[in-house]
Design a protein around this ligand. Structure first.
Ligand code: NAG
Ligand code: NAG
Length: 316
């Protein structure tokens, strides 16, 4: 046992450093969804709104924004400029965006789905505007991302900002979107997310039997029925949801990471500043980081433990 002792402090230091670095660099992919309530160039002209949105989005590797009213792209451009301020193209946190066109039934309420994503973390590998025959007021604008930072490698995101009065039908109809895009891209790693209005008067407990995302057990609802995804004092409803299909996707989710992000509390902002952006809070979920370092972690723990045992034995 004597051989170990001169190297012992070094070994200890090394293994703890490795553990630490392992944890620090192994960050997964955070996916967020935020109903930004009529996000327009006019709204972003308020620098406080842009500042708050920048702080919220910069925590996410992918952020789905809903209820964006930005036909010229000016608002999204301003938000991207704010997100990328002080970074050059070699910087890690370079954000890009992909947007749908304006979707809706009435010319004065045409909303876009917008995905903002960090190019260092994910690559966009597909986009597809679903077309139903008036089954949705705003047909999902589906995207596919590839990432080396997670086990799931390639996954599909299906957004929905439902029409409140057609919420049950539209949420059920998401199953048809799931079938079409998973066949189209030969990939069942599908996440469905957004302001579904899946709570309170718009979707009751007894409606669930008419929604295939509930009756087919392969779908997992990660944001529960009792969560309040709205800013307190408005209503108390789990409108915003994240749903994933299949065991592989479920296993790729960091346990207990699906949550509402109450940035008022986190950033210590008064309620008025929160409501300037939206009456919803973002919801989010974390995908586990890829297997390499996770597999290495038990080995590192073992190494540190053996060093401990050796140190204990040699001190006898
Ligand atoms: C991810 O991995 C694939 C296959 O190993 C490689 O071709 C690709 O360049 C990688 N992407 C990034 C961003 O590292
Ligand atoms: C679809 O994906 C599966 C597994 O990911 C693969 O085995 C199969 O060859 C793929 N089919 C096509 C048509 O690419």
């Amino acid at each position: 046992m004597r051989w170990c002792c001169p190297y012992l402090p070094l070994l200890l230091l090394l293994s703890f450093l490795l553990l630490f670095v392992g944890r620090a660099t192994v960050s997964g992919v955070r996916i967020c969804s935020y109903n930004v309530q009529k996000m327009s160039p006019k709204k972003l002209a308020n620098y406080r709104v842009t500042h708050t949105l920048t702080r919220v989005v910069s925590r996410c590797d992918i952020c789905l924004l809903q209820d964006v009213i930005d036909p010229t792209g000016k608002a999204v451009k301003a938000l991207l400029a704010s997100l990328n301020r002080g970074t050059d193209r070699y910087d890690e946190s370079y954000y890009q965006s992909v947007s749908s066109r304006g979707l809706g039934n009435s010319p004065d309420d045409m909303q876009q789905y917008v995905f903002l994503y960090r190019t260092q973390a994910v690559q966009l590998t597909g986009q597809y505007q679903y077309k139903s025959n008036n089954k949705f007021v705003r047909d999902p604008f589906v995207v596919q991302f590839q990432s080396n930072k997670t086990d799931i490698k390639e996954f599909i995101l299906v957004p929905l900002h439902s029409d409140p009065l057609k919420a049950v039908q539209e949420i059920d109809q998401l199953y048809e979107v799931f079938k079409e895009v998973s066949t189209k891209w030969n990939n069942t790693n599908v996440m469905l997310l957004g302001d579904f209005h899946a709570a309170c008067a718009y979707m009751t407990r007894s409606d669930k039997k008419n929604i295939r995302l509930f009756t087919i057990s392969d779908f997992s609802w990660l944001i529960g029925d009792r969560v309040d995804t709205t800013v307190k004092g408005i209503v108390n409803c789990a409108y915003d949801r994240i749903v994933v299909y299949g065991q592989p996707f479920l296993k790729a989710i960091e346990p207990f990471s699906a949550q509402v992000f109450d940035f008022g509390k986190e950033f210590k902002l008064p309620r008025t500043r929160v409501l300037e952006v939206s009456d919803h809070f973002p919801v989010e979920v974390m995908l586990k980081s890829s297997a390499l370092l996770l597999q290495a972690t038990p080995i590192l723990i073992l190494l540190s433990a053996s060093v401990f045992v050796q140190s204990f034995l040699s001190s006898l």
